[in-house]
Design a protein around this ligand. Structure first.
Ligand code: NAD
Ligand code: DAU
Length: 352
């Protein structure tokens, strides 16, 4: 029996994790605390919404009284903390909201755990989900390991780095049982179409320009989101208290090459001539502070806990494109309203 508080469970990765935990562990109670910002969507959870081991609480992780109430009401013994502002471009426009949610929100949860759990720390766990972006950027070679020094460059990564430091400080100072994992770029279904892959799939379908930052030469290490959820499950059950685990796919792609794969896949599935949509590629001003390359060494996770990615990228990207093509209503629903305003501000007339 476990009573697991998942924060941010209505978002992209959180909803994959909640669906996994609710169906795989009928004896666990899964409590999803989510504010339902523009990035959170209960449609992502229809499969589990009526399950007796699933509970939804709409609320802000920064609301410390609410956090304590949730801990007490559901006798929470495990926190898997995903709630965050997660988009780098938004953090460049509005760093404050990133500091608030990612730093103060994490602190509010840590304090809640500390106050409600007190000295009774047996079988308790505060598991914090973080990102490889805290390590900064790599040159053409090398990998991020768990020992790489933190060197964040965007307000987003700075806020995540800060939250990681707070989590570790609660272990060192109060013995709060914590684990942190730092993952590379995720892709898959249910990702908000402001991030590269779903945004470009949407724009190709609608024959809109594909805004490639700089020369498209930046490199990211892509992991299928279900494999991240599997890794979280493994780390939560088998990880060692106080440790950090890197999660990645050993799957590096230069943006422009990845974009061509997306174009090829969408064109094929839409019955367009191969590469027809390449004319939509539009090179735009680079992202400020744009990290050149991320690449994760996840061998600790493989060697110590036995996790490996399950899916080849070619299969994952095809599944992903199919999902977005078959779920146009989902895309339309999440991108109406405020999102239109955001897109106009970010990309101006290219979004029309
Ligand atoms: P997302 O933006 O899709 O979802 C974030 C969720 O958090 C949403 O459901 C939102 O409503 C909720 N939320 C935001 N502010 C909140 C608040 N104040 N209180 C309660 N809920 C709030 O994010 P994601 O891509 O699923 O990322 C989840 C976590 O994983 C984040 O912590 C992110 O830093 C980390 N991460 C993401 C990636 C990636 O590639 N997407 C990779 C590594 C790590
Ligand atoms: O590495 C993990 C991180 O991956 C997570 O912590 C973040 O939450 C997640 O958003 C993601 O960050 P990135 O900035 O790498 O992802 P994004 O999809 O925004 O961009 C991927 C790459 O594509 C990056 O080099 C910027 C580029 N890009 C992005 C967009 C949205 C473009 O060229 N054009 C675009 O329109």
């Amino acid at each position: 029996m476990k009573n697991i508080l998942v924060t941010g469970g209505a978002g992209f990765i959180g909803s994959h994790l909640v669906r996994l935990l609710v169906s795989k562990y009928p004896n666990y109670q899964i409590i999803n605390l989510d504010l339902l910002t523009y990035a959170g969507n209960l449609e992502n959870l229809v499969e589990v919404q009526n399950k007796s081991n699933y509970h939804f609480v709409k609320g802000d992780i920064c609301d410390h009284e609410l956090v304590k109430e949730v801990f007490q009401k559901y006798q929470v013994d495990t926190v898997i903390h995903l709630a965050a502002e997660s988009h780098v471009d938004r953090s460049i426009k509005d760093p404050f909201s990133f500091a608030k949610t990612n730093v103060l929100g994490t602190l509010s949860l840590l304090q809640g755990a500390k106050q409600v759990w007190g000295n009774n720390l047996n079988n308790k766990l505060f598991y914090h989900i973080s990102t490889d972006e805290v390590y900064g950027t790599l040159g053409k070679s090398g990998f991020f390991t768990e020992n790489t020094s933190y060197d964040p460059h965007s307000p987003y990564s700075a806020s995540k780095a800060s939250s990681d430091h707070f989590v570790r400080s609660f272990y060192d100072t109060y013995n709060l049982p914590i684990i942190i994992s730092n993952c590379s770029n995720n892709y898959g279904s249910h990702q908000f179409p402001e991030k590269l892959i779903p945004l470009f799939i949407k724009n190709i379908c609608n024959n809109k320009p594909l805004p490639v930052y700089g020369k498209g030469e930046n490199v990211r290490d892509w992991l299928f989101v279900n494999d991240h959820a599997r890794a979280i499950d493994v780390i939560f059950h088998k990880g060692k208290i106080g440790e950090t685990y890197n999660i990645g796919g050993f799957n590096e792609w230069k943006n422009i090459d990845l974009i061509k794969v997306i174009i090829k896949t969408v064109d094929k599935l839409l019955g367009r001539p191969e590469g027809a949509s390449e004319e939509l590629i539009t090179f735009v001003t680079d992202r400020a502070g744009h990290d050149y390359r991320y690449a994760i060494d996840s061998s600790k996770l493989k060697n110590e806990l036995g996790w490996e990615p399950s899916l080849q990228f070619e299969e994952g990207i095809e599944k992903t494109v199919k999902w977005y093509l078959e779920n146009k209503d989902w895309v339309d629903n999440v991108t109406s309203g405020n999102y239109q305003k955001y897109y106009q501000e970010m990309y101006g007339s290219q979004g029309d």
